[in-house]
Design a protein around this ligand. Structure first.
Ligand code: NAP
Length: 249
């Protein structure tokens, strides 16, 4: 795609955490950014303000719970009404409900799969006609190394994140003919609120497992998203691992 000037990017769950870093990275690179949020309205508006204050062309915060198919569709419709096109879709929204299977309820299983996996299908399905008409597009789904390696107490999350990888590869095959690329990013442990929920002693054990010896920064994932968007025209159906070496394929 080259320069992001004039491109329109939708980032789900972009009011905080990795999503806000991705929105900022794409915005500073010249994209017009839709900062989606579910509960974090004010933080999302702050991201928009920050982007506008730093010379980004245009950004807007749009509320939508992307685990709801209708709201995911409305997010895409509102984007098209506002900007008339969509070039980049980053499916970043995600939650965890960590419990061993012995304690996990069916509702907790369903909730994580609904937010982390089904939302990706909902947004892509809604944006598909536009991508096909434009004959271009970049879809980036944020998975996790847990979807590759598994993790104790995360059957729901691991299944959803592994599902994202399968979805990504299949969508990449279907959409290549329209010049739409679909890739997944598998972060390792990244310094956000999701990670800060991990107890201190567990964090220490985690650090010891990471060959690079530290937790990743949200911006390190955001830079990879930008790379895929700017320089990834011949990259599709791939999973890019940004994990400090905690999982090596
Ligand atoms: P986070 O700080 O907990 O932020 C989660 C984001 O997801 C928030 O912006 C939240 O928005 C959004 N979200 C949750 N449910 C949503 C819904 N139904 N509709 C729209 N947005 C929703 O987590 P994070 O670390 O930034 O995680 C971002 C992504 O990276 C997730 O997919 C996560 O699984 C993945 N990941 C994280 C790590 C890590 O170590 N941090 C590692 C690997 C992968 P609201 O606040 O507006 O609800």
């Amino acid at each position: 795609m080259g320069s992001l000037e004039g491109a329109v990017a939708v980032v789900t769950g972009a009011g905080r955490g990795m999503g806000s870093a991705i929105a900022e990275e794409l915005g500073y690179a010249g994209a017009r950014v839709v900062v989606n949020y579910s509960r974090s309205k004010e933080p999302a508006e702050e991201v928009v303000e920050k982007l506008s204050g730093n010379g980004a062309e245009q950004a807007v915060a749009i509320g939508a719970d992307v685990s709801d198919a209708d709201q995911a569709r409305e997010l895409i419709e509102e984007t098209l009404e506002r900007f008339g096109r969509i070039d980049v879709l980053v499916n970043n929204a995600g939650i965890t409900v960590d419990k061993t299977m012995k304690k996990l309820t069916t509702d907790e299983w369903d909730r994580v799969v609904q937010v982390d996996l089904n939302s990706c299908y909902y947004t892509v399905k809604a944006a598909l006609p536009q991508f096909i008409e434009q004959e271009s597009g970049k879809i980036i789904n944020i998975s996790s190394f847990v979807g590759q390696a598994g993790n104790f107490g995360q059957t729901n999350y691991a299944a959803a994140k592994a599902g994202i990888i399968g979805f990504t590869k299949s969508a990449a095959q279907e959409l290549a003919r329209y010049n739409v690329t679909v890739n997944a990013i598998c972060p390792g442990f990244i310094e956000t609120e999701m990670f800060s929920a991990v107890p201190e002693e567990v964090k220490d054990r985690i650090r010891q497992r990471i060959p690079l010896g530290r937790i990743g920064e949200p911006r390190e994932v955001a830079r990879a998203v930008r790379f895929l968007v700017e320089d990834g025209d011949y990259i599709t159906g791939q999973t890019i691992n940004i994990n400090g070496g905690i999982y090596m394929q």
